[in-house]
Design a protein around this ligand. Structure first.
Ligand code: AP5
Length: 217
């Protein structure tokens, strides 16, 4: 299974990618997570990316293509991958197509998460992430259950992403409309696009994702 999950910030790509990874054993590849790991590690990439991410802008295409090339070369990606947050521009989509062509692993499908922008703002305001395992929660719709533990046996230690402030969320949504939405037509023309309604419970959206995948993966 080789998938791209496409959708606005907060549409639920990361949440469903984590659930799909658990169901199918195919790794989630989140470029946002890879960048946040570089920021936390204080690498040169992380230092350069932090300012861009905090401003709600996109890291440059050449850097992102380099990160993806390296990540897809790791052994676990031989089983397939769920790309979450990549590609985000036409240049990235074209670079990805060349890379997948080189390694003989073309995409099976691109799933677009469709949702009302007002829902997105509520979701991002309440999002909390586990600092240790990266699992995504929501204060109202998906809080950690009492007594639920992280991968290291300790309770989840949650934090709010610095780019989830009101002003940065508005910027990220505008950047999505301008830079990423053109990918919808791009992948529709290639016959790869599947659309799902991303509003509903986590289980309902997961079931719609499975149904969309049955159409073509
Ligand atoms: P990234 O981390 O990729 O952020 P994003 O695409 O903006 O997406 P989000 O992670 O905000 O949302 P999501 O759709 O995954 O929603 P989630 O599942 O968390 O990128 C961050 C930054 O890195 C970018 O702004 C950019 O600077 C840089 N970057 C990354 N990739 C790049 C690239 N390719 N090129 C250039 N720059 C790049 O859900 C949100 C909340 O809603 C959670 O709290 C969740 O629990 C809740 N929720 C989810 N589903 C439901 C549901 N069905 N019902 C109720 N609540 C739900």
């Amino acid at each position: 299974m080789r998938l791209v999950l496409l959708g606005a910030p907060g549409s639920g790509k990361g949440t469903q990618a984590q659930r799909l990874e658990a169901r199918r054993g195919v790794p989630q590849v989140s470029t946002g997570d890879l960048l946040r790991e570089a920021v936390a590690a204080g690498t040169e990439l992380g230092r350069a990316a932090k300012a861009v991410m905090d401003a709600g802008q996109l890291v440059d295409d050449a850097t992102m293509l380099g990160i993806i090339r390296e990540r897809l070369a790791r052994p676990d990606a031989k089983r397939g991958f769920i790309l979450d947050g990549f590609p985000r521009t036409l240049v990235q989509a074209e670079g990805l197509a060349r890379l997948l062509d080189d390694i003989g692993q073309p995409l099976d499908a691109v799933v677009l998460f469709e949702i009302d922008p007002l829902v997105l703002e509520r979701r991002l305001a309440g999002r909390r992430t586990c600092r240790r395992c990266g699992r995504v929660f929501h204060l109202e719709s998906n809080p950690p259950r009492a007594g639920e533990f992280c991968t290291d046996g300790k309770p989840h230690e949650l934090y709010q992403r610095p780019d989830d402030t009101e002003e940065t969320v508005r910027r990220r949504l505008a950047v999505y409309c301008e830079r990423t939405q053109p990918l919808v037509d791009h992948y529709a023309e290639q016959g790869l696009l599947r659309r799902i309604d991303a509003d509903g419970s986590l289980d309902d959206v997961g079931a719609r994702l499975d149904a969309a995948l049955r159409e073509g993966v």
